[in-house]
Design a protein around this ligand. Sequence first.
Ligand code: ZN
Ligand code: ZN
Length: 606
Amino acid sequence: MLVYFPEPYRDELLYSLLARYHRHVGSSSPKQTLDDLFGCRGVIARLDLQGSLGHLSTHLPPGWGMSPERLAVDYTLFPYYLAFQPAGIRGRVLGALIGGSLAGLHLLLGLASAASRIRQLRFCPVCVLEMENTHGEPYWRRTHQLPGALLCPDHGVILRSSGIPSALGNRHAFIAATSANCDCGREVAPTSLENDETLLSVARACRQALEFMPQARNRETWATWYRNGLIRAGLSSSSGRVKLNELEERFRDHFGLALQPLLADVGLADMSWLVALTQRPSRALHPLLNILLQKFLKGLVSDEPFGTGPWPCLNPLSGHQGELLVERVATHRNRGRIVGVFECACGYAYARNVDQSSGTLSRPRPLRFGAEFDRQIRQLVDDQIGIRQAARWLHVDPRTVRLHAAKLNLNAIWAAASVSMPVVCDSGGRRKAWMDLQQKYPNLGRNALSKLEPALFMWLYRHDKEWLVTNQPAAKVSRRVRVVSPWASLDLEWMQRVADLAEEIRQELPPRKVTLAEICRRTADPIWLSSHLRRLPNTAVLLGRLRDTTASFQVRRVAWAAHELENAGQCLAVWRIRRKAGLSRQVAMEVKAALELAVSPRVPLP
Ligand SMILES: [Zn+2]
Ligand SMILES: [Zn+2]
């Protein structure tokens, strides 16, 4: 077993790790290194799919905890090469990588021709600079070795060939990236295509397939999906006859100048594969071809549920309400509906959804109101305008005004009737004390502050939590946390994503429960997060905190139900709210309190 093995960098290729090992230990020969790593000199070091991973994983230092499957999925090109392959082939290839023969694998995957794979290891000059600054040494990145990814997905720079051939002349060589072999290098695409949007989006789609391997489907399923897409786009009759000439023409139009270098990168010149993909191909086709066809079809039909853009901005305070200023719509699926989020540059955003079975389009629902709304609500509060008048002025309902004012921590004359805080109580100057504390120690996070004044913090936490949550500094990431593994930085990225998604769910009306499953459903690959949570400890803790308990969800439903009944002009009664909110007979104390609060007489509105 090895006593040393380099810590992998973000997105590092397994071959790169092995080569860095070879260099770091000053190995006398590649054969010696093979002996160290695999316990066998007959293994061949490969750039894309490494074999004998079973041997390798048993030789890694204890504590590395790296199963051969993980080595294949997280450090080789396995997920990209097999992104569109059925489960059976995935299993077969994985078995071969762990401990079988690699003969015929590329043929099985539609990558038999050497021209369909990268010919030389690639690098991005900007990445290399960053690597040298951060780590003191460059390394080979996985996302730079994907045939079809011609630009760096991070920088948009055209990738360069390092001159290190992928078919290693000396089959046992380990060549780490260095500032010498990553010096200038030949560009893998014409320089005129630097930062080309099409190439960049293809490179990112390749990375997406690598990092979030799509669910395994057989070729027939993919072919059916493609055929349906062509039918919807009017490029195929419903009986399945493809309008070849038109398809090819629109395909060429769609990718423009980027198409030729993309196809050349996988050793293709013609378009015969396009039809093969839609007719249950008898053999596997290159992953890039699937990616291109999917991008093409998405470009044709994904925006269809909301028509073609641009779409109007609906911000009544903007002075440009109704003008077609929203260029893009972000869509996601949610329980049989396609949800579109339309955001204008003025900061106003709204959502609409389409029921996929009936095709009905919902009314727009505001998500964010933009900076002008904030400015005006502050002004209205300063001018001591009554809530109903303010609501009319801002084109929203009084409850939204109230919630928004609370969010901005505005001291409105009508704030006492707040419904956003189920437990309204006198904080006895504690709120001020807490704000003073923050002013006194502007650099401290909430954790440190709570340790300075534990009693104050606990009181606010127990009795005035909603106010506390909106009036505390953001949680600080300790400076001592060093991002040493790609998982640590992934963990940080996911914390942010998960927090955003939980907030998005919380904003929805009627209220939806914030659960792990619901959060996962809204990510690009719903299975990935839940199956990797073990590696993302901070995200896991955060998820636990963000999740709704039954009671917290019921409290939100009570507030919503009361609001709905009030809007419908119905008299508020506990039984009515309970029925509307769908509460069970037994509810927690805090839900009872919320019910009582909802029916208690309000402070008279101005
Ligand atoms: Zn780069
Ligand atoms: Zn706008």
